[in-house]
Design a protein around this ligand. Structure first.
Ligand code: SF4
Ligand code: SF4
Length: 436
């Protein structure tokens, strides 16, 4: 076992020390080793080995914590199970934090002591980043997002060209030859933040058009790989791009696309990093669309989606952010045969793709295995279509559909809405452009 050199040992201690607040301390101290959390975790359900149980994972980090901060652990490590870090143990802890926990917090919900294993794993990820042990792909993706703002002028023209090309499809879907995708519009009510690629821009553009919204598309993508790294400095820089854009355009609200961690970050976490509330509201596109359907602002016809459809609750949107009934309002309106998975809502199993797992190819086999409980849930519904409101979930659900031969098609929630949409022109309503 190679001992850490003095600099690294200090770095590890300082990094973990800065993260210890009352909540993390409680999670590190209150575990009574009852084992109840094991059955909550999709890794354990897929492969019931002790090392896949949440309490086992958090115990490994606890050993590190006790060796560095517990007075008894420093002097009598064997008494409290403290373990001084070595190069090997630190590398193992880093791999465990990034590969065998999606930070889904299902175990937290079921822990009688309120132990937040996800927070412990996040702390471990932060330590791993500081020690240079984070997955290279996540670091590269986070840094690419930061570089996008620094080189905005270089790619702006290409981005605008891509958006213009999409406008043709918006015109076709709405039947309005004047339909367009506004970008960089000062004074718009809404700044919409999509993901890279057309799949989250196009459905939203069609729906904003039909709802008559005064909106503008962000130049940046919503995903934040700094969050997956649990690297607040990087996560804050990625978020700052959107905050600056929203302030410059003086929008009233920022609407986040179908992305679990992006919504949770901007809505709940990021204001804490800035130490103040944002001067704009943050909502998910799901909240807007559910409201438009309930208020009759857009019209949908469920016969356009006749197949049995089930819904996967994203851990971040559902369990961690409370967006539970809004997707169901949408699904009941746009599908003829909506079927719940069991369990569902805040008790839903993680699909296995969260926490950056779909972006780390080195753990693909483990990720697919951990998707086993989700595959069973999907199969039991008999649904042909699985709707997802988070892009990471959508990728994982597609992969497990293939891996477990489920024969299901995976679609974004907004794709189902657009398919069911009855455009205003089809209803004979004049659009603004016609009136003018
Ligand atoms: S359920 Fe809570 S207290 Fe029980 S072993 Fe798991 S983390 Fe510890
Ligand atoms: S947060 Fe989720 S993945 Fe991580 S240990 Fe708990 S249940 Fe398992």
């Amino acid at each position: 076992m190679a001992r850490l050199d003095a600099n690294k040992a200090t770095l590890v201690k300082d990094t973990l020390g800065k993260l210890i607040d009352r909540k993390l301390l409680a999670s590190l101290e209150v575990c009574v080793r009852c084992g109840i959390c094991a059955e909550s975790c999709h890794y354990y359900l897929a492969d019931p080995r002790p090392e896949h149980a949440p309490f086992y994972r958090s115990e490994q980090v606890r050993r590190l914590y006790r060796s560095l901060f517990d007075p008894i652990g420093r002097h009598l490590p064997w008494w409290v199970g403290a373990q001084r870090p070595t190069e090997e143990s630190l590398a193992q802890l880093a791999e465990m934090a990034f590969s065998t926990c999606t930070l889904c917090r299902r175990c937290t919900l079921n822990c009688p002591s309120g132990c937040d294993t996800a927070q412990i794993m996040r702390a471990m990820r932060t330590v791993a980043v500081a020690a240079g042990l984070a997955p290279e792909m996540l670091v590269q993706l986070a840094d690419a997002s930061i570089a996008r703002e620094e080189h905005l002028e270089d790619f702006k023209e290409i981005y605008l060209e891509q958006v213009r090309a999409l406008e043709e499809e918006v015109r076709e879907a709405t039947g309005d030859p004047q339909a367009h995708i506004p970008v960089d519009v000062e004074g718009a009510d809404i700044l919409y933040v999509a993901l890279s690629g057309a799949h989250t821009i196009l459905p939203a553009a069609i729906l904003f058009h039909e709802a008559g919204s005064n909106w503008t598309l962000s130049m940046f993508e919503a995903s934040n790989y700094g969050v997956f790294l649990a690297d607040t400095a990087r996560a804050k820089r990625i978020t700052e791009r959107i905050v600056r854009e929203a302030e410059r355009l003086r929008v009233r609200e920022v609407v986040v696309t179908d992305c679990g961690h992006a919504y949770t970050t901007l809505r709940w976490e990021a204001p804490n990093w800035f130490g103040k509330p944002f001067p704009f509201q943050v909502r998910s596109l799901i909240e807007l669309v559910a409201g438009w359907i309930s208020d009759g602002i857009i019209t949908v016809d469920p016969t356009h989606n006749p197949e049995p459809v089930t819904y996967h609750d994203s851990c971040n949107l559902g369990r961690n952010s409370g967006l539970i009934e809004e997707p169901r309002t949408i699904l009941r309106a746009v599908c003829q045969d909506f079927r719940e998975m069991t369990p569902n809502r805040e008790h839903n199993y993680c699909c296995g793709g969260g926490g950056g797992l779909v972006a780390t190819p080195e753990w693909t086999d483990l990720r697919l295995k951990a998707g086993g409980p989700k595959a069973q849930q999907v199969r039991a519904t008999g649904a042909q279509v699985v709707a997802a409101s988070c892009d990471n979930c959508r990728i994982q659900l597609g992969d497990i559909s293939e891996h477990y031969a489920l024969g299901t098609r995976v679609v974004g929630l907004m794709e189902l809405v657009v398919k069911a949409l009855v455009p205003q022109r089809a209803k004979g309503h004049p659009l603004e452009a016609d009136v003018a």
